[in-house]
Design a protein around this ligand. Structure first.
Ligand code: GLO
Length: 511
């Protein structure tokens, strides 16, 4: 396991929505460059950059047509070089998103595969004469007929995202070259999109085979020295034992699974059918992952991302106090914290007019459903509303943004919170600093303490350091705890006592 990467704080940027520099309403690389000082002020070590490769944009860049090029909406290769250089000058690394499960249907490989089944690219994708019962994650059959090849091709997502055939060796090597190219450009890590899906077997209708995922990762990393890279896999299908195995083999350093973020869904009914948020299940799931990866493993810690709209809206009715509580909890746990752009100012699932939704998954869903409440909570556009630098959208772009929210809450902007030392933004900054000052918070063991329906309380311990205690009131009611607070390292409220106020959270030394 690569212990030297465990102290990193990662900031996740959705490129289309972070900062526009050329006033076309779409965020871009030069926009990100112009905000590096902000990220450096905040204290982040690494940026996870959503896909910026050339793409027709059916799934906002998760449909890549050229892994070596930058899409013109984001800038040029020279802009990417400048971003890497400017970030490096601030000791910030950049992780790129690698989509290895599928490409765009406009990728040269796919066009060649479609035209010439017996040519060099003929088997780069998954072709069959007849479709089977497998369905795509974006709705409908996972098979689409190609009148050119007169066969069906498989797509886990939209028809514009044909799946690569991981049984074809040369294809894997070509993707390994992609990683090697970007490492040479100065990229410091990768986030592998839906990497568990490369282990599927469409003929047996199985979505996941661990050995195939492991072999695929080995291939992907075969042309880079991965010892200094940060490798994060999006892989909900992996169990704790498998995660640890991949971590020990340095094939992945962290894994995103979605057990926590799926807690507000009705089990087995897909992501849109909402279930009430249960604090007990939330706590149990968090604790269980802390314990399952405690020996030899490592967690990724996140509440939101570009696919997961804001947790404070879904679980806590937009409460800014709850946002502060979740921040302290996130930084108190064992693992690497990921901040998704806007978390640090408490952005919410802003209201979007029905006709303004853009996400392919949401639009497909709305064709067959009128579950607007589900869309309002889980629709991915809600996570993709442009960053609220200032009130109104002018801080993001001088033009109409590509995705429009009805209005952004005025207090929850960077401009506003940078002027207020008691803001959520300053709390995040303090928490980042704390992780660096007290290594026990980063690597210490997780030891569960007192817990009841409202309270989550644990210690982080390390033989070489003094243990710290994390006390979190998960509710909007007061709750008592049995500890005597000796020294406060960080707190959401002034002067914490033995009764925690609603959503109060404290990191401290205790008796
Ligand atoms: C999550 C991805 C998502 C893409 C999908 C297809 O699953 O992060 O945004 O739509 O993976 O690439």
């Amino acid at each position: 396991m690569k212990t030297h990467i465990q102290n990193k704080i990662i900031y996740h940027i959705y490129p289309k929505s972070f900062q526009d520099s050329n006033d076309d309403g779409i965020g871009d690389l030069n926009g990100i460059r112009s905000r590096l000082d902000y990220l450096s002020w905040l204290g982040v070590d690494l940026i996870w950059l959503g896909p910026v490769y050339r793409s027709p944009g059916f799934d906002n860049g998760y449909d890549i047509s050229d892994y070596y090029d930058i899409d013109p909406i984001f800038g040029t290769r020279a802009d990417m070089t400048s971003l890497l250089k400017d970030a490096k000058a601030r000791q910030i690394g950049v992780m790129m998103d690698i989509v290895a499960n599928h490409t765009s249907h406009t990728h040269e490989w796919f066009k060649a595969s479609e035209l010439d089944p017996s040519g060099p690219y003929g088997e780069y994708y998954i072709w069959r004469d007849k479709p089977n019962a497998m369905n795509s994650f974006f709705g409908g059959s996972a098979w689409t007929y190609s009148p050119i090849r007169k066969q069906y091709y498989f797509h886990s997502f939209a028809p514009e995202q044909p799946d690569l055939n991981w049984g074809q060796e040369q294809m894997g090597k070509e993707l390994a070259d992609v990683l090697s190219y970007w490492v040479k450009q100065g990229v410091k890590g990768f986030r592998f999109d839906v990497i568990d899906l490369i282990g599927k077997n469409v003929d047996t209708l199985e979505w996941f085979c661990f050995d195939k995922v492991k072999a695929g990762l080995k291939t992907l990393l075969s042309r880079v020295d991965s010892s200094g890279l940060v490798l994060v896999g999006e892989a909900g299908a992996l169990n704790a034992g498998q995660i640890i195995e991949l971590q020990q083999a340095s094939l992945l350093d962290m894994v995103f699974n979605f057990e926590v973020t799926a807690l507000d869904e009705q089990t087995g009914r897909g992501k849109w059918e909402l279930a009430p948020f249960s604090r007990r299940r939330f706590k149990d799931t968090l604790i269980s992952w802390q314990e399952r990866l405690q020996d030899g493993g490592w967690n990724s810690l996140f509440w939101n991302n570009h696919d997961q709209p804001r947790a404070i809206s879904r679980w806590y009715a937009d409460s800014l106090e709850a946002a502060a509580m979740l921040a302290v909890l996130q930084f108190g746990l064992r693992g690497t914290p990921f901040i998704y752009q806007g978390d640090e100012i408490g952005m919410t699932n802003e209201l979007i007019q029905l006709e303004d939704y853009k996400d392919i998954e949401t639009l497909n869903y709305l064709k067959t459903s009128d579950n607007l409440e589900g869309v309002r909570m889980k629709g991915r556009d809600h996570a993709r509303i442009p960053m609220a630098w200032t009130s109104g959208s002018s801080g993001f772009s001088k033009s109409e943004p590509w995705l429009r929210a009805v209005k952004i809450e005025s207090g929850r902007t960077v401009e506003n919170q940078q002027q207020d030392k008691s803001s959520l933004l300053f709390l995040y900054r303090q928490l980042i600093g704390l992780r660096k000052t007290y290594p026990v918070l980063m690597k210490g063991r997780f030891c569960m303490m007192e817990t009841n329906e409202r309270l989550l309380c644990f210690r982080r311990t390390d033989p070489t350091e003094r243990a710290v205690t994390v006390l979190v009131n998960l509710t909007d009611q007061e709750v008592e705890h049995p500890f005597e607070i000796e020294r406060i390292l960080c707190a959401t409220h002034e002067q914490p006592s033995s009764v925690l106020r609603p959503y109060e959270a404290v990191i401290c030394y205790t008796f």
